[in-house]
Design a protein around this ligand. Structure first.
Ligand SMILES: [Fe+2]
Length: 204
């Protein structure tokens, strides 16, 4: 059986179509599938209004937690002085715990049908935590700055947890109290104990 010119052309076109399927499609732009601030109703037995309130409050706590997380890394890198080693390690431990909170909060926002804030520029516009200088600060200033950030988050978390509990979103309340609040309280304790004036040995 001989292959005609027509058959060869068809086979080449088919191969070309297949090749196009495996070629990566780059530089595609599309409309958002869900704009920020809009809720998609998911079957979790909570009203859209309740989800919208929880999402709005959570996005503020998310932006502040991302800022605190990054503040810990900044200070982990830039710390100086005789307490360098212990603060360098402590800051990184707290950074990791804050990073875990960021993931929990962001995913909670998504499961409520919302859109979590994500990018640094949006976080910078949203956070209530004062912007630190680009340069290095001394250890005492670092500790004070971190404690102030913790307190901003704890204040908002307690108030939001109460409000959200009243709306019946117990899952978000549980996360805010059990994870966010308790982690921040514990970290604030560890930082605060560096700021007391206690001598290494008793002085007579
Ligand atoms: Fe490191």
């Amino acid at each position: 059986m001989t292959t005609t010119v027509l058959e060869v052309g068809v086979a080449e076109r088919q191969r070309g179509d297949l090749m196009q399927r495996v070629a990566p499609k780059l530089h595609r732009q599309a409309h958002e599938v869900q704009p920020y601030g809009h809720i998609v109703k998911l079957p979790i037995a909570l009203s859209e209004n309740v989800c919208a309130t929880s999402v709005e409050l959570l996005n503020q706590i998310l932006a502040d937690t991302m800022t605190l997380r990054d503040l810990y890394k900044k200070h982990h890198w830039q710390v100086a002085g005789s307490t360098f080693f212990q603060l360098h390690l402590l800051y990184d431990k707290h950074y990791k715990e804050q990073a875990a909170l960021v993931d929990s909060i962001a995913e909670r926002i998504q499961l409520l049908g919302g859109v979590s804030i994500a990018m640094a520029a949006d976080v910078a516009e949203t956070t209530m935590i004062p912007r630190p200088p680009r340069g290095r600060e001394g250890a005492l200033a670092q500790l004070s700055r971190l404690l102030e950030a913790h307190e901003i988050i704890m204040l908002a978390t307690r108030s939001d947890a109460e409000k959200i509990n009243g709306l019946g979103d117990f899952g978000t309340n549980d996360m805010l109290v059990g994870s966010v609040l308790r982690t921040n309280e514990m970290q604030a304790w560890f930082l605060s104990e560096h700021l007391v004036d206690v001598p290494l040995a008793a002085v007579e």
